[in-house]
Design a protein around this ligand. Structure first.
Ligand code: UDP
Length: 557
């Protein structure tokens, strides 16, 4: 239904057909009858104008200049903020963050308070993560009713149903992350529940591993499972048997994923405020209870010209990106006062990149070559360093984040405006909008099907492949450079993840894609290696292990 003039504008802005589809279905303002009320250009104007208002809190704020600079970098598809910012900035909802973590304490009040907040967050397009580790196990004693507890899995179902009912007005499906510690007595039920494809369809599940458990695995030891209510061991299990059970589930259904709690907390910038127990839905953003975070991604692919990365523009975009995201924290509205206060206390932001695979193709470097990791390392080190300089400059004008005293930055004597600055997001939708490869993932295929917005299926042809497919050397280039996710060896996936994690202060969204023929032992090895590498988390996905998958390979050629 996009009228000609809008399609015309799309071409000017280099938006392709899928980008226009996503914009129309999901981002552009509509009236009640579904008529479009804004063009893509007006969307970027709306967002830039709303976010540049954040300059008013800065004694040296430059609202006009930033309005233009923010608009330019979005309209050029060089930088995009996460979806809720694109959808809600300058509109009544005004909720701009994609990532939230909510507490779930061992009481009905706490559980249902979180259900309510979850509904409000999903309504605005945010995703929620929870640790369910504090809930007493199934069949444990309940004082008030003299009955027995139903356990974490049954309460996760409550959150799942609430999510189903809200469905975010069709714009965005509510995404959740449910986390359970490896030492919880209900761990076996938790790691097996999603083998039934009808279960917890609005949840990703991840096991929170501890170094103690990984040690017990290596020693082939017994591992105690602790009742969180009594703090006493309920029973012990063989560590090797438990990890095998988890690998079997991941083999069968792609779930659960893993997070490594000790690695996450070794990097916790504010240890005096408590331990981090959970992440957002896709795992790239560890947060304290009630914290939220806005992500933004630089489209690195736009910065390659004549076989070179434009480092000067990358520096500008990093400084603008941090400033944009810092403004988001002040301009945004929050689902509750607690979320507002916790978020503004640490002012975490997550700047990262998308289009890494396309950069490599443009530079003539295969994804699974040592040069790929070298480029990734150079790029991310650069962004990380510049982002810290940007945050330091902002802190000098706007003040450091309120919890700066006692933080790791205080310890290092480096004034920061934001407790964290970098994150690698999946950029599932943003990358379609920008016409590039997602996050730091290899391309999925040169042509594939993708399910959007819970239903619409689109054929996506890799935009770079489209550019060259009619050339005489296209086939040769494809074989050399268009390395597909399933063709990349697991250790290469992990190594790229580690490369980026080394220069990212939050975490990295990365999937280790495995061919259908991969075994449970292959997956076990990946857990061990990911832990050895000091990664903060890990996700595997074996092709065809779920009958419904968001991405599936198209027919060849
Ligand atoms: N997210 C969500 N619902 C979705 C997709 C994403 O709540 O349907 C949240 C979730 O916290 C995820 C984060 O947004 O980890 C970033 O995802 P992505 O980069 O794919 O989002 P995009 O901004 O591209 O839509």
């Amino acid at each position: 239904k996009i009228v000609n003039s809008k399609a015309e504008e799309g071409r000017v802005m280099q938006l392709d057909e899928n980008a226009l589809l996503v914009l129309r279905e999901r981002y552009l303002l509509k009236d009640e009858a579904g008529n479009l009320l804004e063009t893509p250009d007006e969307l970027f104007r709306r967002v830039a104008s709303a976010i540049s208002r954040g300059e008013d809190n800065d004694p040296e704020g430059r609202r006009e200049e930033m309005n233009e600079a923010f608009y330019q970098m979005m309209a050029n598809l060089e930088f995009l903020p996460n979806s809720p910012t694109l959808m809600n900035a300058g509109r009544p909802s005004g909720q701009l963050a994609a990532c939230f973590v909510l507490p779930v304490e061992d009481s009905l009040d706490s559980i249902f308070e979180s259900v309510k907040l979850t509904a409000k967050i999903h309504q605005t397009g945010g995703g929620t993560g929870f640790s369910f580790s504090r809930l007493r196990p199934k069949n444990d004693f309940v004082q008030s009713s003299r009955g027995v507890a139903s356990g974490p899995v049954s309460f996760i179902r409550v959150f799942n149903c609430a999510t189903e009912a809200v469905k975010q007005g069709g714009a965005r499906r509510g995404a959740n992350m449910g986390i359970l510690r490896i030492d919880h007595p209900d761990i076996e039920e938790f790691v097996s529940v999603k083998r039934d494809p009808a279960e917890l369809t609005n949840f990703n599940l991840s096991v929170a591993f501890t170094d103690d458990f990984m040690h017990a695995y290596e020693e082939d030891g017994e591992f105690p499972l602790i009742n969180p209510r009594t703090k006493e061991a309920a029973r012990t299990v063989k560590a090797r048997k438990l990890l095998r059970l988890i690998a079997e589930s991941a083999w069968a259904s792609g779930e659960p994923g893993a997070i490594f709690l000790d690695a996450i907390n070794r990097a916790n910038p504010t240890p005096s405020l408590g331990e981090i127990e959970a992440t957002n839905p896709c795992g790239e953003q560890p947060l304290l209870p009630y914290e939220s975070c806005c992500l933004g991604s630089i489209n690195l692919s736009r910065l390659v010209k004549d076989g070179e990365i434009n480092w000067a523009r990358l520096s500008e975009l990093t400084h603008l990106g941090v400033r944009f995201l810092d403004n988001v924290i002040d301009v945004g509205t929050y689902p509750s006062g607690e979320i507002r206060d916790k978020t503004r206390g640490n002012r975490k932001v997550g700047l990262g990149i998308m289009g890494f695979a396309h950069v490599l193709i443009r530079l003539g470097i295969p994804y699974d070559s040592p040069d790929a990791a070298r480029i990734g390392d150079k790029v991310m080190r650069f962004i990380e360093r510049e982002s810290k300089i940007a945050s330091n400059r902002l802190a000098k004008k706007r003040g450091p984040f309120p919890n700066f005293r006692g933080s790791v930055w205080d310890g290092k004597n480096l004034l920061q405006r934001n407790a964290t600055t970098t994150t690698i997001a999946p950029t599932g939708t943003l990358s379609l909008l920008a016409g590039t490869s997602s996050g730091i993932e290899p391309i999925f295929d040169i042509r594939y099907k993708r399910i959007l917005l819970g239903g619409i299926e689109v054929e996506v042809e890799d935009p770079l492949w489209r550019e060259i497919k009619d050339r005489a050397d296209a086939e040769e280039k494809r074989r050399q450079l268009f390395r597909k996710a399933y063709e990349v060896p697991p250790l290469v996936h992990l190594n790229i993840q580690r490369t980026f994690q080394n220069s990212v202060d939050n975490a990295v969204s990365k999937t280790v894609n495995l061919p259908e023929t991969a075994t449970v032992d292959d997956i076990l090895q990946i857990y061990l290696e990911a832990h050895r590498m000091g990664l903060k988390g890990m996700t595997v996905f074996r092709n065809k292990s779920r009958n419904y998958q968001i991405l599936s390979c198209g027919t060849q050629q």
